[in-house]
Design a binder for this molecule. Structure first.
Ligand code: GUN
Length: 291
């Protein structure tokens, strides 16, 4: 079994972007500037946003972190988005999800200028993606495509089973992998919480993208020999033997599935770092568009 090393691949991508930044600087032009909005103090969201900001600093992007309190109203957040939309120094920005209950997520995503929507969540960008038009691809699915491409995993004509239909991962990756494109041309099946005879479906999969958010759900008996596994899940599982009191687990039971898989992403160090690298790639694209 070969590990699909997202950490190593994301570092390669970050080095490529850092080279671009150097050339931008040498031409006396403005470096890309990413802003991230975090509402509240959810532990996982704070970790992700801090990792995104740190990655910007590593490669020479400018970054701004906007932290708003948990009780922020929808109107206040919309006002902040308006500011970011109209601030010419900012090339792209993200609003970290999930948002507190009092805020309507769809309203917020609709308010973001599609040209600055480096998460690719605005309906305009989702529509463009669906129609094979150039746009910002959502970072996690984009990262999965890039990882499959760089490891030269054949996807054409393969049975891909996507587990989960979220707007952030399941839905977009199912669209992308069925398209005529690199890491595409696959026969895609989407399974979710209402699917019946799950094992029958997963056992026929050449490639499985697990994005359901249930730790270690996919086990060895559910997959066939030589399956390629992309594990998007990352959950904190209580573990008294760890200093932090928890360990990170994916949606895939690594021990049993790795006995059969040909390629597999680890958790952590698989899809997670790729998501960050692709966000940076989108921000670079946003900067180029604004030139
Ligand atoms: N929450 C989980 N994944 C993401 C992501 O890729 N972008 C944003 N904005 N929020 C998320």
């Amino acid at each position: 079994m070969t590990i699909l090393d997202g950490k190593k691949t994301s570092n390669e991508i970050k080095e490529e972007i850092a080279e671009h930044v150097k050339s931008i600087i040498s031409k006396g032009k403005k470096v890309p500037h990413l802003a991230a909005v975090l509402v509240g103090s959810d532990g996982a969201s704070m970790t992700y946003v801090n990792a995104k900001v740190k990655a910007c600093q590593q490669i020479g992007f400018k970054s701004t972190l906007i932290e708003l309190p948990e009780y922020t109203s929808e109107a206040e957040l919309l006002e902040k988005i308006h500011e970011l939309n109209t601030n010419n120094d900012i090339d792209g920005f993200i609003v970290q999800l999930p948002l507190p209950k009092q805020i309507d997520e769809q309203k917020v995503l609709l308010a973001i200028d599609p040209d600055k929507d480096v998460d690719g969540f605005h309906p305009t960008n989702v529509g463009k993606m669906t129609l094979d038009l150039p746009t910002f691809l959502p970072a996690t699915p984009f990262g999965i495509i890039e990882l499959l491409e760089r490891y030269q995993i054949e996807t054409s004509g393969k049975n891909v089973v996507v587990m989960g239909r979220s707007h952030i991962v399941g839905r977009p990756i199912s669209i992308l992998m069925s398209q005529k494109r690199q890491a595409g041309d696959a026969t895609v099946t989407v399974v979710h919480s209402r699917s019946k005879n799950l094992i029958e479906i997963t056992k026929k999969a050449d490639i499985i993208v697990a994005a359901i958010g249930i730790s270690e759900f996919l086990t060895g008996d559910m997959v066939k020999e030589d399956v390629v596994i992309i594990d998007v899940g990352i959950t904190r599982v209580p573990d008294a033997t760890k200093k932090k009191g928890y360990r990170l687990a994916g949606d895939v039971h690594f021990e049993s599935v790795s006995q059969k898989a040909s390629y597999m992403t680890p958790v952590p160090g698989g899809v997670g770092p790729m998501t960050i690298a692709m966000l940076l790639k989108n921000t670079l694209l946003a900067r180029k568009r604004h030139l």
